[in-house]
Design a protein around this ligand. Structure first.
Ligand code: ZN
Ligand code: ZN
Length: 62
């Protein structure tokens, strides 16, 4: 039974890694390898990339 990610608190339905299964390390499930390794969670970036609006950032001046 998976709980929320102990590092970032993301619920399993939001996990991106391993087809939404998450990553297990030492018997604990994490949302992604980033959290499992103690680095940045990559789930947020993955979600953002789906609806990317990067052109807004780079829009040239008026
Ligand atoms: Zn996490
Ligand atoms: Zn994550």
């Amino acid at each position: 039974m998976k709980n929320v990610c102990p590092k970032c608190g993301r619920s399993p339905v939001e996990w991106q890694a391993n087809c939404g299964e998450g990553v297990q390390k030492e018997g604990v499930w994490y949302c992604c390898a980033g959290c499992a390794e103690g680095t940045d969670c990559t789930c947020a970036t993955s979600a953002e990339n789906k609806g990317v609006t990067a052109y807004e950032l780079g829009s040239s001046g008026r």
